[in-house]
Design a protein around this ligand. Structure first.
Ligand SMILES: NC(=O)c1ccc[n+]([C@@H]2O[C@H](COP(=O)([O-])OP(=O)(O)OC[C@H]3O[C@@H](n4cnc5c(N)ncnc54)[C@H](O)[C@@H]3O)[C@@H](O)[C@H]2O)c1
Length: 318
């Protein structure tokens, strides 16, 4: 399937990720058939898509008329076969269970046109394992977004062991057309790249809190106001170049061996789960959210992220 011929998309799963990703495809001019086994989830997804539409208009990311037209390009269905008929591109965003995803990919092969691109938004399952049930694993590839998908620019394009160059190329170009930032992950490794980086930082943060070096609040502040403050503009390797390769090499020689290498989550982390302190969804996690609702926390986060997105776009355009 050539990128230029892609018009119709099937989005499989309409949860946290499926709703926002559907909006991005529709915004870029694609027709989206959004499928879910659960009709209530589809209703919730429509409400979520309308909220995104409103936010994008309010924040001047899209004009009112264009937003209305984009919304009309999304249709919903609870019939899998109907969602797959006549599409050139499928993006699977169903729950993170290998047998479920394999079953879905078998059905994609049965019902989609023979040359359709079959992509998965899996967070960590191997693309190769998902595609192992397919007769044509060369057309299966990873398209891993970050939450909230309608705002965060990164999309990892993952090459499974049998993914063809044509498939990688098509996923990459579609990602660009969506106005996102694609990176190609050439090896099908657990966590791909973005989650490996995220969890490397999380492991050290958990270790520092567990050993009493710093409080949860201050470790977050250290990242947000120091190291992380630079991250939207300078990656870790650019930071080395600016600070001096020799300087960072010298520090690496004595510091790397001091860093946490724990291979299981620490006890206090598991205890939060046992106590039902699951973060904003239960009102308490590392922090106590008191009476502030989940919606309010997410609304503030989205507004903050949109400001950052606008700034990045402004700098890139200048
Ligand atoms: N939430 C995140 O931050 C995030 C980020 C990146 C990737 N992902 C990945 O994206 C995928 C979806 O995650 P999510 O957070 O949107 O999950 P979610 O639980 O919010 O949504 C999953 C949806 O799939 C539906 N579903 C269940 N069985 C189905 C089936 N057989 N066919 C079609 N739909 C079915 C559910 O009804 C639900 O609406 C997972 O693989 C996840 O690992 C999630």
């Amino acid at each position: 399937m050539k990128f230029e011929d892609i018009r119709n998309i099937a989005m499989i799963g309409s949860g946290t990720m499926g709703a926002g990703m559907s909006w991005c495809f529709a915004h870029a001019g694609y027709n989206v058939k959004l499928y879910d086994v659960n009709p209530h989830q589809l209703e919730r997804a429509c409400t979520r898509i309308e909220a995104i539409q409103k936010l994008f208009v309010q924040e001047d990311l899209i004009l009112v008329e264009a937003a209305r037209a984009a919304r009309k390009r999304i249709t919903t269905t609870t019939h899998l076969e109907e969602s797959l008929t006549g599409v050139q591109y499928v993006l699977e965003a169903a729950p993170e269970r290998l047998p479920l995803k394999q079953q879905l990919f078998l059905q994609f092969e049965e019902c989609c046109p023979a040359d359709a691109i079959l992509a998965t938004n899996t967070s960590g399952l191997r693309i190769t394992d998902i595609a192992s049930v397919c007769q044509h694993p060369e057309r299966v590839g990873g398209m891993h977004w970050a939450n909230p998908p309608e705002i965060v620019p990164l999309v990892e394009v993952i090459r499974g062991e049998r993914t063809s160059d044509t498939t990688v190329d098509a996923i990459y170009k579609v990602t660009e057309k969506l106005g996102k930032m694609p990176v190609v992950v050439n090896k099908d490794i657990p966590g791909f790249v973005s989650n490996r980086l995220q969890y490397a930082v999380l492991r050290e943060a958990l270790h520092l809190v567990e050993t009493g070096v710093i409080s949860a609040q201050d470790v977050d502040c250290t990242l947000k106001c120091g190291v992380g403050f630079r991250y939207p503009w300078l990656g870790p390797l650019e930071t080395v170049d600016l600070g001096g390769v020799d300087v960072f090499y010298g520090i690496s020689q004595y510091l790397l061996k001091e860093l946490s290498n724990m291979s299981a989550p620490p006890e206090f982390f598991g205890k939060l789960v046992q106590e039902g302190k699951l973060g904003i969804k239960s009102g308490q996690g590392f922090y106590d959210y008191g009476r502030v609702s989940q919606e309010e926390v997410l609304r503030k986060r989205d507004l903050y992220f949109i400001r950052q997105l606008k700034l990045i776009r402004e700098v890139q355009a200048s």
